[in-house]
Design a binder for this molecule. Structure first.
Ligand code: ADP
Length: 711
C-alpha cells in the first residue's frame, strides 16, 4: 500500500502541516520556549513577556500598564485606566436625537479604539455594517464527570457558555462523562458519545469485529493480536496451542488474559499454558479474551511503553475521523525482560497502565513532557527520529491502524444508532473522542491493544504527597494534550461552523475526497485567537486507500434494511426469510426449510455466546456469519472475500429491483458514500440523482453475477 504520507505530500493538503504528524520540533523539546498560545490564557495575547524580552529590562511605566492585550476592544478599554482616557486625542461625540455625549480617545488615524460605542456610531454614520455578534455556543457540562476540568478550560478559551447544572432549554452540545445515556431524552443538539460505543469497544465485541475483518482482509488487519473469546473458544485455544507446541517444542508463547469490560489493567494476567487460565469466578464462567502477548516491544530507557492516541469520530455518516497530532506515552516502571515463568507476574514490567504504575516506587512525575513515566508522544517520536527511525512511516502506519479499526467497529455502531435514533425520530447527532492504546513492536510496527470509549480526560494526576496519602495535583503534560483535544473537538463541532461541502458520489466511481478540511468561519470569532487545530482529518481524506475495507458496513446496511421495526437490533426468523426471498437466495437445493435451519443454528450459537442474550433474534455479528456462509454456498469457486463481494452485489441489486429504485443500491453499498444515515430507508430524494447509465451498469452486473453463481 502506498504510504499515506507520500499521498498527503502529493495532494499538497495542509501545506503548513506537511506530514500530519506531531512535529518533533514544535512544542516537543522540553526546553524550547513555547510560542503557541495554550493554557488558560489562550484567548489573550500576552504582550508583556515579548516586550520586556525585546527591550531588555521593561520601563517602569511598562510594568504598570503591562496588561494582557485583549482582542476584544471592549475588554481592552475597560482594562486601560482612566489616565489613558484623558490623554491627547480625546474626543466627544454628541448622539443625535439624544442629549448624550460620549467621550473617547481617537487613534491618530481617527479610530475610536477604546470606545466601541463611539466606533459603532461612527461606523453607522459612515454606513459600515458590522456582522451580527454570534450567540455563544451553549454546552451542558452537568454530566462531564472527570473531564469537567479540561472541558471548563476549553469552553473558556472559546468564549462559549457553560451550563454546569444543565439547562431547561436545549443546549447546543451535551458533554457526557460515560455514555450516550448520561442524559436521557435529548432531542436536539450534539452529544459527545455514540449509543453503543461502550458495548462495542468491550474486549469481546472488539475482538469479534476485528476477527471478522481479519477473515476478509488478513494482511490489512495483522495489527491486532490473535485473540480467543472466553469461555466459548477455550477448546480452540487449547487445541491450537498444543498443536504449535507439538510441532516445535522450543516454542513457548505467552498469552495475556483480559476480562471483558475490564479497564486500567484490572484482572489482567499472563500465562504460558492454557491450564493456567482461570475460567470461573465463583460459579460463573469468566467472560474475556486471551490474546497473543507481544513479547518484543520497542523499549526506551529499557522500559516498555504504550501510546495513547486521541481520535475523534466526528460523524458516522459520512464517516469522518480526526486524529490528534499530540498524544501521550505511558511507561512501565520496571526494566523490561522477555516473559519467563519467573517474571510473568511483574505487572510493572509488562503492563503500561498509568493507574498501576503510579503505585510503583519508581514512578517518575515530571513537569517536563519528555521525561518521567508519562511523556508526550511527540517527545518520544523526536527521540526516535534522533536515533534515525523513520517516524513518518511510523506515523503513517498509526493512521492506517486507526482508520482500519474505526472501519471495523462502524457497522455495529450504525445498528445501535438506528435503534436509538430511528430515522424520523427527533434526536441529537453524535460525535466521540476515543482513546487508542497502541504498542510499538521492536521492529516499529504499531499494534492495537484496545480502544477506550471513555478515555480519561483528567488533567491532574494522583501523587503520593505523604506516605500512603494520595492527592490529585495538576499534570502539565495531561493538560497540554487533553485540553487541546477537547477544545479542538468543540471547535470542529461548533454548530455555527459552515458545513464543509459534501462530496457527492460520482456515478459509478469512488467517493470524491474533496472535503475542505478547514471551513471558514463566516464571522470573526474568538477562535481566531486560537492556535491551529491539533486534530487532523484522516478520513475521508484517505478514502481511496481504505474504502475497499468497508464491506461489513454494506452487510450492516442490508441487515438494517430488513430489521423492519424501528428501534430493533435483531432480525427475527420472518425478517431473515424475507431477506432470503428478496435476494432470491433459496432454490431447490437450498429450500426455505434449510434457511430456517441456518437461522436457528446460528442464532442459537450466538445466543449462548452473547453476554446479554435477553433479546431474541439474530444480531449483526450473527447475521454477518450467516452472510459469509450463504456467500460460500452460492459462490463456491471464489475466494472468501470475492464470495462476500459477489453476494453483496447480488443482494443490493435485488433489494433495489424490489423497490424499483436503483438509487437505494447506492445507499446500501454506500456505507462508504456520503449519504445521510437514513438514506437507504428513504431513497426518494436520491432517486433523481441516479443516471440511466448506472441502471444499465447494475443490470449488466446482475446478469454476470447470475452466470457466475454456482447454483
Ligand atoms: P485495560 O483496558 O485493562 O487497560 P489493555 O488491553 O489496555 O487492558 O491491557 C493493559 C496493558 O497490558 C496494556 O496497556 C499493555 O501494556 C499490556 N498489553 C495488553 N495487551 C497486550 C499484548 N497483546 N501484548 C503485550 N502487552 C499487552
Amino acid at each position: 500500500m502506498k504510504s499515506l504520507v507520500q499521498d498527503a505530500e502529493k495532494e499538497g493538503v495542509d501545506s503548513e502541516e506537511p506530514v500530519s504528524m506531531p512535529s518533533p520540533s514544535a512544542s516537543v523539546s522540553p526546553d524550547a520556549p513555547s510560542v503557541t498560545i495554550t493554557g488558560r490564557d489562550a484567548n489573550t495575547l500576552s504582550t508583556c513577556r515579548n516586550r520586556s524580552k525585546s527591550r531588555g529590562k521593561p520601563a517602569k511605566e511598562d510594568k504598570n500598564i503591562c496588561v494582557k492585550q485583549y482582542k476584544d476592544p471592549a475588554l481592552h478599554s475597560s482594562l486601560l485606566g482612566p489616565k489613558q482616557n484623558t490623554q491627547d486625542n480625546e474626543r466627544t461625540l454628541l448622539i443625535r436625537g439624544t442629549e448624550k455625549v460620549l467621550h473617547g480617545r481617537s487613534e491618530p488615524n481617527g479610530n475610536y479604539m477604546n470606545n466601541p460605542h463611539l466606533k459603532n456610531i461612527q461606523d453607522h454614520e459612515n454606513g459600515i455594517k458590522h456582522p451580527r455578534k454570534k450567540k455563544p455556543v451553549t454546552v451542558d457540562s452537568a454530566k462531564a464527570k472527570t473531564s469537567l476540568e479540561a472541558l471548563k478550560i476549553s469552553i473558556k478559551h472559546l468564549k462559549w457558555k457553560e451550563f454546569p447544572m444543565g439547562r431547561r432549554a436545549a443546549c447546543d452540545i451535551y458533554w457526557h462523562g460515560v455514555s450516550f445515556h448520561d442524559n436521557e431524552n435529548i432531542v436536539s443538539g450534539q452529544v459527545n458519545k455514540f449509543p453503543g460505543m461502550v458495548e462495542m469497544l468491550r474486549k469481546i465485541s472488539m475482538s469479534r469485529a476485528m476477527r471478522t475483518m481479519q477473515e476478509l482482509f488478513p494482511e490489512e488487519y495483522d495489527f491486532y493480536p490473535r485473540s480467543w473469546i472466553l469461555p466459548e473458544e477455550y477448546q480452540q485455544f487449547t487445541t491450537q496451542i498444543r498443536m504449535v507446541k507439538e510441532s516445535d517444542a522450543t516454542v513457548n508463547r505467552t498469552f495475556i488474559v483480559k476480562p471483558d469490560g475490564g479497564s486500567q489493567g484490572d484482572g489482567i494476567y499472563l500465562i504460558r499454558d492454557p491450564s493456567d487460565l482461570k475460567l470461573v469466578a465463583g460459579s460463573q464462567a469468566k467472560q474475556g479474551v486471551v490474546q497473543e502477548y507481544i513479547h518484543k516491544p520497542l523499549l526506551i530507557d529499557k522500559l516498555k511503553f504504550d501510546i495513547r492516541l486521541y481520535v475523534l469520530i466526528k460523524s458516522l455518516e459520512p464517516l469522518e475521523i480526526y486524529i490528534a497530532k499530540e498524544g501521550l506515552t505511558r511507561f512501565c516502571t520496571e526494566p523490561y525482560q522477555e516473559p519467563s515463568q519467573k517474571n510473568l507476574s511483574h505487572v510493572f514490567m509488562h503492563l503500561t497502565n498509568y493507574s498501576l504504575n503510579v503505585h510503583s516506587g519508581n514512578f517518575v512525575h515530571s513537569d517536563s513532557q519528555s521525561t518521567g513515566s508519562k511523556r508526550s508522544l511527540s517527545s518520544v517520536l523526536y527521540r526516535l527520529a534522533a536515533k534515525g527511525v523513520d517516524i513518518k512511516k511510523v506515523w503513517s502506519d498509526i493512521i492506517a491502524l486507526v482508520i482500519k479499526t474505526v472501519i471495523a467497529v462502524v457497522p455495529e455502531l450504525k445498528v445501535y444508532y438506528q435503534a436509538e435514533i430511528p430515522p424520523g425520530k427527533p434526536g441529537p447527532t453524535c460525535f466521540q473522542i476515543l482513546g487508542f492504546d497502541i504498542l510499538l513492536m521492536k521492529n516499529l510496527k504499531p499494534i492495537l491493544l484496545e480502544v477506550n470509549s471513555n478515555p480519561s480526560m483528567r488533567i491532574e494526576h494522583e501523587q503520593e504527597v505523604a506516605p500512603g496519602v494520595f492527592e490529585y495535583v495538576p499534570s502539565p503534560v495531561d493538560e497540554e494534550v487533553k485540553v487541546n483535544v477537547i477544545r479542538d473537538t468543540l471547535r470542529l463541532m461548533d454548530p455555527s461552523r459552515k458545513k464543509p461541502p459534501i462530496a457527492l458520489p460520482k456515478p459509478g466511481g469512488e467517493a470524491s475526497e474533496e472535503i475542505s478540511a478547514e471551513p471558514e468561519s463566516p464571522v470573526p470569532s474568538p477562535e481566531e485567537a486560537l492556535p491551529s487545530l491539533c486534530l487532523k482529518q484522516v478520513y475521508p481524506k484517505y478514502t481511496k486507500q481504505f474504502n475497499h475495507l468497508r464491506l461489513v458496513e454494506r452487510i450492516a446496511a442490508l441487515f438494517i434494511r430488513f430489521l423492519g421495526v424501528k428501534g430493533n437490533m435483531r432480525l427475527g426468523p420472518t425478517a431473515f426469510r424475507t431477506f432470503i426471498r428478496t435476494c432470491k437466495l433459496s432454490n431447490s437445493s437450498f429450500t426455505m426449510a434449510s434457511v430456517d435451519i441456518l437461522y436457528i443454528d446460528i442464532t442459537r450459537r450466538w445466543a449462548g455466546a452473547a453476554a446479554d442474550s435477553r433479546e431474541a433474534g439474530m444480531g449483526l455479528q450473527a447475521f454477518v456469519e450467516a452472510f459469509f456462509s450463504l456467500a460460500a454456498r452460492k459462490f463456491k469457486s471464489l475466494a472468501q472475500r470475492q464470495q462476500v463481494v459477489a453476494l453483496l452485489e447480488l443482494c443490493e441489486l435485488s433489494v433495489c429491483e424490489e423497490r424499483r429504485s436503483v438509487s437505494c443500491s447506492r445507499a446500501l453499498s454506500g456505507g462508504s458514500r456520503t449519504l445521510p444515515h437514513t438514506a437507504h430507508l428513504s431513497p426518494v430524494p436520491l432517486r433523481r440523482a441516479v443516471s440511466q447509465d448506472q441502471r444499465l451498469h447494475y443490470r449488466l452486473k446482475a446478469r454476470t453475477l447470475r452466470v457466475n453463481a454456482d447454483n
